[in-house]
Design a protein around this ligand. Structure first.
Ligand code: GTP
Ligand code: MG
Length: 235
């Protein structure tokens, strides 16, 4: 964390994203070539690891492939928490590996952190016409529940279910260490779990972004994740 080193690390959880991860890393470095990237992978059976290794050669010292081969619990939240402990920069950003989150929003997120925010919650601009009706309904219901749960704790954010967010590394890791049991390791909603824990004790900013449709690879979202989210509301 020195003054002249990289300012932020981009954490990307992946499961079989060979079709998009290379282009995503290229896009990230086109916004800022001094960032670091950690791809945290849960045993992809495709060539995600090989594509990331190629990018690691192309951007020496900037790209790490972190394979959770012996991890006890698989899942996005467990992966992001593991990766956050490896971050050496003052800030980090979490984004999906399927190109649905636009890297062009990263500079604004980092600016907000530099201005003193502890966490920057991305929020999706209207995108519903791009999605199937059942996904729109599931997102609306879960977002309404999450917002209500956070409002009870005094926290008001537009899109607590967003997978695209940024944080001050020290603040994030301290809060995770104080209540690890309140995260749902196999769940999808790290930001929600974090906000639930910190309540009004941290400074939150928000940044809008244009959510993109998934162009390649497959969604890993399943009914199980709905259940895990309901469980995390109770934690
Ligand atoms: N490390 C890790 N990454 C995962 C896991 N499941 C999904 N991912 C990755 O997490 C990101 C989000 O997963 P998606 O399946 O795209 O979830 P989603 O964006 O809510 O769903 P879609 O809109 O249908 O794409 C992607 O980069 C996935 O590859 C997992 O169990 N472990
Ligand atoms: Mg996705």
């Amino acid at each position: 964390m020195n003054d002249h080193g990289p300012i932020a690390t981009i954490i990307i959880p992946t499961l079989n994203e060979e079709r998009s991860i290379g282009a995503l890393i290229d896009e990230i470095f086109s916004t800022n070539p001094t960032l670091l990237v950690i791809v945290v992978d849960d045993n992809s059976s495709d060539h995600t690891g090989r594509v990331v290794a190629e990018r690691a050669e192309q951007y020496p010292g900037r790209v790490t492939f972190f394979s959770r081969t012996s991890a006890e619990k698989r899942g996005i939240t467990a992966s992001v928490l593991d990766a956050s402990h490896q971050v050496t920069t003052e800030y980090f950003v979490v984004m999906d590996g399927d190109l649905q989150h636009p890297p062009e929003a990263i500079p604004e997120m980092i600016d907000k952190l530099k201005q003193g925010a502890d966490v920057v919650a991305g929020y999706r601009l209207p995108y519903e016409e791009k999605q199937a009706a059942h996904r729109v309904l599931a997102t609306r219901v879960s977002t309404a529940l999450a917002k209500a749960a956070l409002l009870l704790r005094g926290v008001k954010v537009r899109d607590p279910m967003s997978g695209f967010f940024a944080a001050n590394t020290k603040k994030f890791c301290e809060n995770v260490s104080s209540s690890p049991e309140r995260f749902e390791p196999e769940g999808y909603k790290v930001l929600f779990d974090f906000l639930k824990i910190v309540g009004t004790s941290v400074k939150i900013s928000e940044v809008p972004y244009n959510f993109r449709i998934r162009l390649g690879g497959k969604s890993k979202l399943s009914a199980k994740h709905g259940w895990l989210f309901l469980r995390s509301l109770m934690k």
